[in-house]
Design a protein around this ligand. Structure first.
Ligand code: HEM
Ligand SMILES: *[C@@H]1O[C@H](CO)[C@@H](O)[C@H](O)[C@H]1NC(C)=O
Ligand SMILES: *[C@@H]1O[C@H](CO)[C@@H](O)[C@H](O)[C@H]1NC(C)=O
Ligand SMILES: *[C@@H]1O[C@H](CO)[C@@H](O)[C@H](O)[C@H]1NC(C)=O
Ligand SMILES: *[C@@H]1O[C@H](CO)[C@@H](O)[C@H](O)[C@H]1NC(C)=O
Length: 558
């Protein structure tokens, strides 16, 4: 009774009584770079519907398609294990500190993180690391992609974004197979997980992959060693399907009987048996049906994904909207007309319509009339229903269609583009006051000893400028950091100089982003934003949209 009363008075219990008054507005939560949660959500949506991005690395569920098959690498399992090893040390450095923050990237050499998984995983995620997408947010995306690839129904775990990457290692403390039950429970409790949640998390994680003999040579067992997979002994008979096979084999003593951490030769290292049976197998027994297993696991994985430092504000969970603008940018024609072009994308179980219809919203609240995009193009390999096996163009998104558009919007006071189709509405903001000019900006391919790899130009409405206006260009790009396969995002700024007037706009340019010590970063892409004073801010534009054809040795001549 006394114990019960104490736990009722715990702050966590009291907090749970405070009702959630309103959902978080993702546009109002802004990070140190000025990027909102809303911007991050859009960026992830764009990536998820794009072929050959993060999700293509986890296909098929059974292996790492880039690695030697004899190494026994299973990307999906490595990504899931990475979530556990990163988030479970929350609370060791102090209350509210640590969690899913990509500190794991700096911790690959620790015995508790033995195996190739940390550097392989972080190296895979790093390719997609930008000012919008932190490595720790990508770890969450990777978890959802793994489950969608490996579950028979390709169910997608809703995503949340807003995680901030650590700049160095966190404390050690990931429980291993030889640790006591008390040690493991203490680690999970500190990170916010109860005993039954610990059991659920392990049973869910150990539905994929197995134990590599190369990492744990003394964990033997009746399952034998396959020399082609670094002696990997799977946890269950379907290590490449996210399902309830393992918990059933554990309870019934059939198949692999729960795997090498249940029936291993050295009982000290049978941590799954120790932990699963710690409540008389009650938690595991509640997970035996396919649906109870999947529902339990999706709940516990959502909790692991949200195990972040207290200082982080996560977005509410989201799924990719049916319609998005995959890419869009303003530009000026040679005659000085404002042109807005890009790609609208749709996805769904049934094939999206032949064309996309949209309107441009204007200053006064009206619009410029209905427009029709070019004919939609189905992305290669995406013509599958969400319940069919995943493909390289997106996991579980059905048919993905891209619609290109390009419109002259000069003089119409345009502030937004809105797509409305079968009950779903997507709206994107357009700022014609100040915008980067991709057709007049350059990302130099092989800059020699030049001042830097970029020339950026911006158009600003002449009426907003004075003779002394100095716009400031900011670029964010990746740079290697010591001790982790993750790069860090560095910021460079440069004042811009007036170049010429075109139509109603003044054009400014900048080509020096050197901060002295940094050598020019050849072909490293980045993202630019331009500000004039504190009131005029351009949309952020990826340098991949810039021209690459300037052959001058000195980028300032481009
Ligand atoms: C006390 C807790 C846990 C212990 C002692 C433990 C132990 C282990 C061990 C010894 C391995 C083999 C690693 C290797 O071969 O290099 C492993 C693999 C794995 N663990 Fe755990 N684990 C625990 C909890 C979890 C949790 C909570 C998850 C995820 C939710 C998880 C996910 C995985 C996955 C997916 C693999 C397979 C990796 C692969 O095949 O490459 N584990 N675990
Ligand atoms: C069993 O594992 C424990 C912990 O790793 C180790 O100390 C012990 O030597 C092992 N016993 C045998 C017989 O290998
Ligand atoms: C293991 O690899 C060798 C060489 O690649 C191959 O001949 C053999 O069939 C493989 N064995 C299994 C069990 O996959
Ligand atoms: C729990 O299940 C395992 C595996 O089937 C079994 O060995 C163990 O005796 C069970 N423990 C309890 C307390 O039921
Ligand atoms: C992982 O990569 C980092 C950064 O390159 C390196 O310092 C570390 O030693 C690597 N760890 C392993 C296990 O290879």
């Amino acid at each position: 009774m006394r114990i019960m009363l104490q736990s009722l008075l715990k702050p966590s219990f009291l907090l749970s009584l405070i009702p959630l008054v309103h959902a978080l507005d993702p546009k109002t939560v802004i990070d140190a770079n000025g990027i909102s949660l809303f911007d991050k959500i859009e960026e992830i949506e764009r990536q998820l519907l794009q072929p050959a991005t993060l999700n293509s690395l986890v296909l098929p569920c059974s292996l790492n398609a880039q690695a030697d098959p004899n190494e026994g690498q299973q990307t999906s399992a490595e990504w899931v294990r990475t979530v556990f090893h990163d988030c479970i040390t929350k609370g060791i450095a102090g209350p509210g500190l640590g969690g899913l923050d990509a500190s794991i990237g700096f911790e690959s050499d620790r015995p508790e993180n033995i195996g190739v998984f940390v550097n392989v995983t972080i190296g895979q995620f790093d390719q997609f690391n930008t000012v919008f997408l932190s490595i720790s947010d990508l770890i969450g995306v990777g978890l959802a992609d793994s489950l969608a690839t490996c579950a028979n129904d390709h169910r997608r775990l809703p995503l949340r974004v807003g995680r901030v990457d650590a700049t160095g290692p966190g404390p050690a403390g990931v429980p291993g197979p030889a640790d006591t039950f008390a040690f493991a429970l203490a680690a999970f409790n500190r990170a916010g997980f109860s005993q039954s949640e610990m059991i659920q998390a392990i049973a869910c994680g150990h539905s994929l992959g197995g134990v590599h003999g190369s990492d744990f040579p003394d964990i033997g067992g009746p399952t034998g060693i396959d020399p082609n997979t670094s002696g990997r002994k799977p946890f269950d008979s379907s290590p490449d399907v996210f399902d309830n096979t393992g918990v059933n084999e554990y309870i019934s003593g059939t198949g692999l009987k729960g795997g090498p951490l249940v029936v291993g030769l050295n009982s000290t290292e049978n941590s799954d048996l120790r932990i699963f049976s710690s409540d008389g197998n009650a938690t595991i027994k509640a997970m035996l049906t396919p649906q109870s297993f999947e529902d339990t696991c999706f709940t516990i994985f959502a909790k692991m994904m949200a195990t972040v430092p207290a200082a982080v504000t996560l977005s509410d969970p989201f799924q990719v909207r049916p319609w998005i603008m995959r890419e869009s940018h303003l530009d000026l024609t040679s005659a000085g007309a404002v042109q807005f072009s890009g790609i609208i994308s749709a996805h769904g179980a049934s094939t999206p319509p032949n064309t996309a219809t949209y309107v441009y919203g204007t200053n006064g609240g009206g619009n410029t009339g209905q427009k029709t995009s070019g004919a939609g193009v189905i992305l290669p390999g995406s013509s599958l229903s969400p319940n069919q096996p995943p493909d390289a163009s997106g996991i579980g998104y059905g048919v993905i269609k891209d619609y290109s558009f390009s419109d002259i919007i000069t003089g119409q006071g345009v502030t937004s583009l809105t797509v409305t189709s079968s009950g779903s509405t997507y709206s994107g903001a357009i700022n014609t006051n100040i915008f980067i000019l991709p057709s007049q900006s350059f990302q130099q391919q092989n800059s020699g000893t030049g001042t830097g790899p970029w020339m950026v130009r911006v158009a600003i409405l002449s009426s907003l400028t004075t003779a002394t206006s100095v716009p400031v260009a900011t670029v964010w790009h990746r740079a290697p950091q010591v001790g982790s396969k993750a790069s860090k995002i560095v910021i460079k700024t440069s004042n811009m100089a007036f170049e010429k007037t075109l139509g109603s706009y003044k054009i400014y340019k900048a080509s020096s982003f050197s901060s002295g010590a940094n050598p020019p970063l050849n072909q490293e892409s980045g993202h630019f934003r331009i500000k004039l004073g504190s009131t005029q801010t351009s949309a952020i534009v990826a340098t991949t949209l810039f021209k690459t054809t300037c052959t001058q040795n000195d980028i300032s001549l481009c």
